[in-house]
Design a binder for this molecule. Structure first.
Ligand code: SF4
Ligand code: SF4
Length: 331
């Protein structure tokens, strides 16, 4: 992100924090529900919905640009399944918004030329090969993720990894950190939290790691963060201290719907998609993004440990220790 743009983001942050404005600096846009994987904590692949046409996506991107958005994570589903994913990325970039993508690298070999304009590719890896493939319910998924990391790096795309912590991979966090180090990239560790469109709280509970083992492993990550592994972790030290408390987090004001938001494949506007809502949420395709942004109520939530939103929330709570991690994401 250019210096002028960073200064703009800082001004917008101040106006949100102190003058009650809403500026969606970071947006996640779901551009397909289709996915070849069947991850144990996810239900998105099971929700039937048409992919939004690219014209509608372009219109949303233009609106977000006017509202001050600085970066968009294209997500899904597997965004690489869209035949026009490259056009969407290019259009986003041409507007001056930084395009990122959440993916498991499905058939990225065929798409690498098209996605070259990405500023960041975030690859989800949930463990060593057997555990990752088991959790994704698809053999070959791990190999694809590694291929995607290499190919993207060879083509000049910045890459990071993300891991959702479950009982299956709790003993392998060090392995994953080592994998990040070998590839000279960063990794974000995030604890489980039921999702609005997820597999349901009951099924999710079956995936929770034992509390003692979880605490032991996060403590170990804190130790490593203070040493030579620091630059390979996207989590800040106070972020790790915060997620140590999972599943009951210390109070932190959340900036969902103020600094960041999510737009679903059908246009639904979520301040955050990890919580439940009592009433129907507004739709960006019907009402436009600005109206949606200004009509959703403030979120009520017990907290979470999702790296990106957590680091932004620390800033929102004026804990400036995370500035470095936030700036890395929007660089
Ligand atoms: S978590 Fe991602 S990769 Fe896994 S099934 Fe859901 S959309 Fe697909
Ligand atoms: S703390 Fe905020 S970002 Fe995290 S789950 Fe709750 S509403 Fe979402």
């Amino acid at each position: 992100m250019k210096v002028i743009s960073k200064i703009g983001a800082l001004k917008d942050f101040v106006s949100v924090r102190f003058f009650n404005r809403r500026v969606p600096l970071a947006v996640r846009m779901e551009i397909t529900n289709r996915c070849p994987n069947r991850c144990c904590y996810c239900n998105v692949w099971n929700i039937k919905a048409e992919d939004p046409p690219k014209e509608k996506i372009f219109s949303i991107l233009e609106q977000l640009k006017r509202l001050g958005t600085k970066k968009i994570s294209f997500s899904g589903g597997e965004p690489l399944l869209r035949s026009d994913v490259g056009e969407i990325i290019d259009y986003c970039k041409s507007l001056g918004i930084s395009p990122e993508m959440n993916s498991r690298g499905f058939r990225i070999k065929d798409k690498i030329e098209e996605v070259k304009n990405l500023d960041l590719l975030k690859i989800s890896i949930d463990g060593p090969q057997d555990i990752h493939d088991f959790l994704s319910k698809r053999k070959g998924s791990y190999r694809e993720c590694l291929e995607a990391i290499k190919l993207a790096k060879d083509n000049g795309i910045r890459v990071s990894m993300a891991t959702t912590i479950t009982k299956y991979n709790i003993g392998h966090l060090r392995f994953l950190l080592e994998l990040a180090r070998e590839n000279e990239i960063k990794i974000a560790f995030q604890p489980l939290k039921p999702m609005y469109r997820g597999v349901g709280a009951e099924k999710m509970k079956d995936l929770f790691p034992p509390r003692d083992e979880y605490k032991r492993q996060i403590k170990e990550l804190m130790r490593l963060k203070k040493g030579r592994y620091s630059k390979y972790m996207r989590n800040s030290l106070i972020g790790l201290k915060h997620i140590y408390n999972w599943p009951n987090y210390p109070e932190l004001k959340c900036s969902a719907g103020k600094l960041f938001c999510i737009i679903d494949t059908d246009g639904t506007f979520y301040p955050c998609d990890r919580i439940t809502y009592d009433s129907k949420l507004p739709n960006c395709f019907e009402s436009g993004v600005e109206k949606c942004l200004n009509s959703v109520p403030a979120v009520r939530c017990g907290g979470c440990g999702f790296c990106g939103s957590l680091e932004l929330n620390f800033l929102y709570n004026l804990k400036l220790q995370t500035l470095k991690e936030v700036l890395w994401v929007i660089k």
